[in-house]
Design a protein around this ligand. Structure first.
Ligand code: BEZ
Length: 303
């Protein structure tokens, strides 16, 4: 299989026409059709339904199209990085992060990093903690900020800090006015909304384990894909949710937060990087985090 096959196929799929795709690619139509046919023979599946006008993708074609677009994007990215490295003056530092770290100090870290290293271009990719490991190994990112510890011999994981979990309640909920501290047991009165639904293990499992470790059974479990959805359902009075304390900064109508009085209700923030990576950017980002923690009175390393 050649990249040309992918480019030709993607052009036909996007243009929904062999004629228009040939014009776009600046090739004659017969060789374009032959290339697509060769590609289909090599894969052993029909990708384009030639009887339809405009040309439509078959089911297999749709799956291949999604994958082909991603591969071509990655190839373009590779070329861009190579050009950048050849020109010698711009460096690039790629960061993978779980969305909830954006409510913590990630924006401050990025701002201060850029002030220290204006010559480095930052690239940000939203990835789950597990996805960050694969992305570090194949070089798509240089550092990952996640919440779930995964063991991998090629990757160093450094605990930055442990963040307390707080309870997100629908505004007006009776629990918000209860005297005394909030215990986990009180959360079993309402459906528990957890995220992300996949991949597992995830933050959802950390929350579920808290209840299980105490022999508590949530009223019922609602699994959703992401934090924003979870808070939306809380606002709709469909349940309660445990979130890292920094999410409190996210002022959302219909959601009120209450501190949770449980020592082990914590969510770690973990920095991951390649064991052999000695880049200056890695050193700088660590120094930036340390200086922010010092200023904010936080303990680097979660002690
Ligand atoms: C923090 O909130 O402590 C944090 C967030 C993202 C990356 C590093 C630290």
């Amino acid at each position: 299989m050649e990249l040309r096959h992918l480019r030709y196929f993607v052009a036909v799929a996007q243009e929904q026409s062999f004629t228009r795709a040939a014009l776009k690619l600046r090739v004659a139509q017969p060789p374009l059709s032959r290339q697509i046919q060769q590609f289909e023979e090599e894969l052993g599946v029909v990708l384009i339904d030639r009887a339809s006008r405009p040309s439509k993708l078959t089911d297999a074609g749709r799956v291949m199209f999604e994958q082909a677009v991603q591969i071509l994007d990655r190839v373009d990215e590779l070329k861009r990085i190579a050009r950048q490295m050849a020109s010698g003056h711009q460096r690039r530092f790629s960061i993978g992060f779980v969305p909830s770290t954006l409510y913590g100090y990630l924006p401050d870290i990025l701002r201060e990093f850029q002030a220290v290293r204006p010559e480095t271009e930052l690239s940000m990719t939203e990835l789950t903690s597990l996805e960050q490991i694969a992305a570090l190994k194949d070089g798509r990112i240089d550092v990952g900020f996640g919440r779930i510890p995964f063991e991998n011999t090629d990757i160093v994981r450094q605990l930055l800090r442990n963040e307390r979990m707080i309870a997100a309640y629908p505004s007006g909920h009776a629990q918000l006015d209860q005297p005394g501290s909030l215990k986990l047991e009180a959360l079993t009165d309402d459906p528990l909304i957890v995220y992300p639904k996949s991949p597992r293990p995830s933050y959802a499992d950390q929350v579920i384990a808290l209840f299980r470790n105490r022999g508590l059974q949530p009223h019922s479990l609602v699994e959703v894909r992401e934090l924003q959805t979870a808070l939306g359902l809380v606002a709709a009075k469909l349940g309660v949710c445990l979130v890292p304390a920094s999410v409190r900064r996210l002022q959302r109508n219909g959601v009120s937060y209450r501190a949770l009085d449980e020592k082990d209700a914590i969510s770690p923030i973990i920095m991951s990087y390649r064991r052999r990576d000695q880049s200056a950017e890695l050193v700088v980002i660590r120094e930036v985090i340390q200086s922010i923690y010092l200023r904010e009175g936080l303990v680097f390393g979660g002690a």
